[in-house]
Design a protein. Structure first.
Length: 610
């Protein structure tokens, strides 16, 4: 087996066993319509729905400052300072990284303008801003620049040994008339739509009425009243539109965290993440600390209504919310709770309504049945989606599925960590046994089925095997005509394309006759340039051949006679592996590095959203 192939395989296996990617597949975990495909069907309509399958969005890790808009958009910041805008199902509409040092908070007004509090550095003595953007990332301008306020003692956090000279602006809130509120440690500043300071809420850092002890989490009502919860107390204070203290209640905290690291027990409540005030005057708040996290609802008088710790999600990975930057937003009378790689959804009465959750890591292969159903092989098994891109179920847990093929009733899969076996599954995910095609040492990566769905071909980096499904007896195919066969595709004309890593270094597509004799190697690699490692090949109805470049992050296109046509690079491909082309000549690429399946038009190579 070639050095390049073995090196890449090692990289791929390491990648799939590492921590999850920042983007993954989304879908309803409690979907009641999980009826599996029982046959491939015929004449499926052109795919419509959300693409890529599992667009980076609701399932990214850390949805900081999650906010919803009236028209069903959601906005949040990732751990890497990127701003992501999604639709109500979590599919990405826009994503951009503002040119700032650190984003410290976001808000969206009624006109879908984005407000970002930020700094120009993550170091002390920074300049701080309130900036305004379009949702697509276009800069509208700076509303407030805080550089002239350096050294204000009220901005320093006395409880933080690493206190910055100035406080960081955070938690912006925009009212319907364009008034903007910004928190700066123990106070909240009120600005008009032009960014001119109008008032300050909070008398400074402290536990007395009218003071704010620590960083505030707050909500501004339509009448200008401001409801504030802070880090170090269990009070919720109400300030009027002039910034004057009105009243307070005690809210029902759920977390008592005891810190004994100093030898002196310190009772600290959970950190408030975000708060919503409902039209009936009740509140919903998130709090987190250590291994605990809660969504808490209470009345305007502070009376406990309900609390959720996430156990109703029945999640094996994270059985409960465990204090990982929880934020809540409201849309369509439901609460959306951003937590790790998911968004959990609760009805207005606190009953669990489902979630959007990461389904897979490292998409490696994809097949589409004629009825529109997708099966995606990945670093953590096989995942089934309907034609709209909605997750239905996952199976083959614990396996790395790098090759898939489907007959009229059986799904075939290979795992490069399992020598010489092809796994069989029914379309509902039930295991149907295995086919043995080689002995120890075989590392199958490529799998294909012929147009009559009677014969499988498998490539394992050392050999290609041909397996009639009637007997399931494997025979070597094309022996002596390749060095490192990494991918295989059975063609409609009976020929077979094998991606051979010649000398273990040079990717070369080769065409074989049905009897295994070499037909041609006339692919114009001089014009196309070196493809690099490839683990995917597919053909459209015109006979054009598509070859994925796993390390080159593109797809190469050749005519049937080997003439180079173009490359597809749109959609930020990252380690594209397996591919499939449906009856409408749409190309679906397993984009392993982004853990999604992307859809391309074979007419012009454009990335498709539906």
């Amino acid at each position: 087996m070639g050095t390049l192939y073995k090196s890449l395989l090692a990289i791929l296996l390491l990648t799939q066993t590492a921590c999850s990617f920042n983007a993954a597949l989304f879908g309803w975990s409690d979907d009641s319509s999980k009826t599996p495909a029982t046959d491939p069907g015929t004449g499926a309509a052109k795919v419509k729905g959300s693409f890529p399958l599992g667009a980076f969005g609701f399932t990214t890790e850390h949805k900081m400052f999650l906010k919803s808009t009236a028209d069903g958009k959601f906005v949040f910041k990732t751990f890497t300072n990127e701003i992501v805008v999604t639709d109500s199902l979590g599919a990405v509409l826009h994503r951009f990284t503002p040119a700032v040092g650190e984003v410290t908070g976001i808000a969206v007004d009624s006109n879908n303008k984005l407000y970002i509090t930020c700094t120009d550095s993550v170091l002390p003595n920074f300049t701080r801003y309130l900036k305004k953007f379009e949702l697509d990332g276009t800069v509208i301008g700076n509303l407030v620049t805080y550089g002239d306020e350096d050294g204000n003692p009220s901005d320093a956090d006395p409880n933080d040994s690493n206190t910055y000279v100035v406080g960081r602006p955070s938690s912006p809130f925009v009212t319907s008339d364009g008034t903007v509120y910004v928190a700066i440690f123990s106070e909240i500043r009120k600005y008009n739509a032009a960014g001119v300071l109008q008032d300050t809420i909070g008398l400074g850092h402290g536990a007395a009425d009218g003071f704010i002890q620590g960083n505030p989490v707050y909500y501004v009502e339509s009448d200008g009243a401001v409801y504030v919860v802070d880090d170090y107390t269990t009070r919720l204070q109400k300030f009027d539109s002039n910034g004057d203290f009105v009243s307070k209640i005690t809210w029902p905290k759920q977390i008592d965290y005891i810190d004994n690291t100093s030898g002196i027990p310190v009772n600290i409540q959970g950190i408030p993440g975000s708060i919503i005030r409902n039209t009936d005057g009740s509140f919903v708040l998130t709090e987190y600390m250590g291994n605990e996290g809660f969504v808490v609802a209470f009345s305007s008088a502070g009376t406990f209504l309900w609390a959720k710790d996430g156990s109703d999600r029945n999640d094996a990975d994270y059985p409960v919310f465990n204090g990982n930057l929880m934020y809540v937003s409201k849309y369509n009378n439901k609460y959306y709770v951003g937590f790790r790689d998911e968004v959990a959804i609760y009805n207005s009465d606190g009953t669990y309504a489902g979630n959007h959750k990461q389904r897979m890591t490292g998409a490696a292969s994809v097949v589409r049945l004629a009825n529109g159903t997708f099966y995606v092989g990945s670093g953590n098994g096989i995942h089934r989606y309907n034609a709209k891109g909605e997750w239905q179920e996952s199976f083959a847990a614990g396996r790395m599925i790098y090759g898939l093929a489907a007959s009229d009733s059986v799904l075939y899969a290979v795992d490069p960590t399992t020598s010489g076996l092809i796994y069989k599954y029914s379309f509902d995910g039930t295991a149907q046994g295995t086919i043995t095609f080689a002995g120890p040492g075989a590392q199958p990566m490529g799998l294909s089925i012929d147009k009559d769905k009677t014969t499988l071909y498998v490539a394992d980096g050392a050999s290609v095997y041909k397996i009639p499904l009637s007997t399931e007896v494997a025979a070597a195919f094309g022996t002596g005509n390749y060095d490192v066969p990494a991918a295989v595709s059975a063609q409609k004309d009976g020929t077979v394309i094998v991606i051979d890593i010649v000398g273990g270094t040079t990717t070369t597509p080769k065409r074989f006759n049905a009897d295994g004799t070499l037909a041609s190697t006339n692919f114009d690699l001089a014009t196309s340039g070196a493809i690099g490692m490839s683990l995917g090949v597919a053909t459209d109805s015109k006979g054009r051949i598509y070859v994925s470049a796993a390390l080159g992050n593109k797809v190469y296109v050749f005519e049937a006679n080997g003439t180079f046509v173009t490359t597809y690079t749109s959609g930020s491909l990252s380690m594209p592996f397996g591919m499939t082309i449906d009856q409408h000549d749409d190309l679906f690429v397993a984009d392993s590095g982004n853990s999604v399946v992307k859809k391309f038009s074979t007419t012009d190579g454009s990335i498709q959203a539906e």
